[in-house]
Design a protein around this ligand. Structure first.
Ligand SMILES: Cc1ncc(COP(=O)(O)O)c(C=O)c1O
Length: 289
């Protein structure tokens, strides 16, 4: 049990897993990745959706990937090898080692496929124990026209800088605003608000990652005919929302009780967030494979 790393088909432990300093993922963040987690030991949340997004990221960066069967195979084999009660799984594909240090992607011809599996502690059952405080970062989400946030690339410096800024402002997590001044997303999560009984989340056009949990939640809301809308959200609306919550594969649904030191709603997990978490738990089985 524990941490196990698969590099191009070979298994390593955390001390022996090594990648060249000439790998373009290390030099330039020239890589893509996905993070998935298991439920009931081996069942993966949204694997097909995660792989769809992986291929979309690869297309954006002009990287040809091996087959889905191969990629699913290395993920599943590494989970079995790790033998954890639940697994965190990080799949990283870099463009590989370049024969020169330079921008030209053609310097590298053989991508590296890396899977890191480690034990995953699921978020607490009780919603009260999931609550978190956040701050709006001054560091803006980067322009779609620069590094499109739809690409889940290995270059997360924009997000790291936002996180540093939010911590300085007293937040535990950072919410990022897009260049147009609207709420985009968090450093590793999507953002939802509730106002007068309606769920709102920024549209993909706000320059965000197409989160798999966000997608699953939208599907669940639609199936249950619950009112929701994808629309641009102003920072002032975030601060005056009745409820705010974050979503991601690892967090599922996480209530936000304070932003920039200001209480959201009554400063506790709200009833709409609570209701949605119940609905998510009841429906998560549909997304497992
Ligand atoms: C920038 C960003 N936004 C949103 C998310 C949430 O996506 P998902 O629900 O697919 O985990 C992530 C996940 O890591 C992320 O890095």
């Amino acid at each position: 049990m524990g941490t196990v790393i698969n590099i191009n088909g070979r298994f390593f432990d955390r001390n022996t897993a090594k990648i060249s300093v000439f790998d373009r993922g290390f030099l330039f963040g020239d890589s893509i990745f996905e993070v998935v987690r298991t439920y009931n030991k081996y069942r993966i949340f949204g694997l097909d959706l995660h792989l769809d997004r992986l291929y979309q990221s690869a297309k954006y960066i002009s990287l040809n990937l091996k087959s889905r069967k191969f990629i699913e195979g290395i993920i599943r084999k590494t989970i079995v090898r790790g033998d954890n009660p639940e697994s965190y799984v990080r799949l990283i594909i870099t463009r590989g080692i370049g024969r020169e240090i330079g921008m030209n992607p053609k310097y590298a011809t053989i991508p590296n496929y890396i899977v890191i599996v480690k034990e995953f502690t699921p978020p607490p059952e009780s919603i009260e124990n999931r609550c978190i405080e956040a701050a709006i970062a001054s560091v803006k989400r980067n322009y779609k026209e620069s590094l499109n946030p739809l690409i889940k690339s290995g270059n997360y410096l924009n997000n790291v800088l936002a996180h540093i800024d939010a911590m300085k402002k007293g937040g535990v997590e950072a919410v990022m605003i897009n260049p147009e001044g609207y709420v985009a997303e968090g450093t590793t999560f999507n953002v939802f608000i509730v106002k007068r009984g309606v769920y709102y989340t920024p549209p993909l056009s706000a320059g965000i990652l197409d989160g798999i949990t966000r997608k699953a939640i939208i599907r669940i809301l639609k199936e249950n005919r619950i009112r929701y809308e994808e629309r641009n959200i102003k920072p002032s609306e975030l601060l005056s929302a009745d409820e705010v919550f974050f979503t991601s594969t690892l967090r599922e649904i996480q209530p936000v009780i304070r932003i920039n030191g200001k209480k959201i709603g009554n400063g506790r997990a709200g009833e709409y967030t609570r209701g949605l978490l119940e609905l998510f738990k009841n429906n998560v089985g549909k997304f497992l494979s």
